[in-house]
Write a protein that binds this ligand. Structure first.
Ligand SMILES: Nc1ncnc2c1ncn2[C@@H]1O[C@H](COP(=O)(O)OP(=O)(O)O)[C@@H](O)[C@H]1O
Ligand SMILES: [Mg+2]
Length: 195
């Protein structure tokens, strides 16, 4: 019997998390700087576009050097927060240096007083990607829901950030999966040809 997409996703998450964990601390630091440089060389954002960053969790690639530069170039930032019912990601305004508190799933989030905002550009962490712009997440479907919701309301850009070892030739897809407009790694830029 053919494995279901869910089963295929589960085994790919295992494989890809293993590859990501094998990146050394020194390699990770270099990759975060290289990711910033590849991004800035290939991506042009509208002036003042509101950028949703993320707090790197586990062995996700560190977006901090990139978001420092984006903030310095005049982009306001925000970070995702999960509501208590675990439904749709919300985004709260964030400036570098603002205090954060430990949110659900041990992810640092802005304080509850930080303004709720609607990002124009989503920097999206991921477990796996393919060159067509498909994304494998941690399994909660949070960015699938957030991107579907945002795209139903306004034009947005979703840009996946990843280590190059997170690439797979093809990812299993389900109808709820939402694609990325482009992907940036420490080595390459891929503009999605599928969306
Ligand atoms: N737009 C949506 N509406 C309702 N449920 C969704 C939506 N997008 C994703 N989900 C749910 O999220 C779950 C996890 O999705 P999956 O694609 O496996 O995770 P991830 O994208 O994090 O890798 C799915 O079982 C699906 O039911
Ligand atoms: Mg998905």
């Amino acid at each position: 019997m053919m494995p279901s997409p869910q089963d295929m996703k589960a085994s790919l998450r295992c494989l890809l998390r293993g590859r990501r964990k094998a990146v050394s601390v020194l390699e990770a630091q270099k990759a975060a700087l290289a990711l910033r440089d590849v991004f800035l060389a290939h991506v042009t954002l509208p002036p003042r576009a509101l950028v949703a960053a993320y707090s790197a969790c586990g062995s996700e690639i560190n977006p901090c050097p990139l978001i420092q530069e984006l903030e310095a170039r005049g982009h306001p930032l925000c970070l995702p927060c999960l509501p208590e019912d675990d439904s749709l990601l919300m985004f709260r305004s964030y400036a570098l240096g603002d205090p954060l508190l430990m949110g659900a799933h041990s992810i640092p989030v802005p304080l509850a007083g930080a303004a709720l905002v609607e990002p124009d550009v989503f920097l999206v962490p991921l477990v796996g990607f393919d060159r067509a712009g498909h994304r494998l997440g941690q399994g909660g479907g949070f960015y699938d829901r957030a991107l579907a919701h945002a795209r139903s309301l306004r034009p947005i850009k979703a840009i996946g950030l990843a280590y190059s070892v997170q690439e797979e030739p093809f990812l299993p897809l389900e109808s709820h999966d939402r694609g990325l407009d482009s992907i940036v790694t420490e080595k390459d830029f891929f503009d999605s040809f599928y969306l």
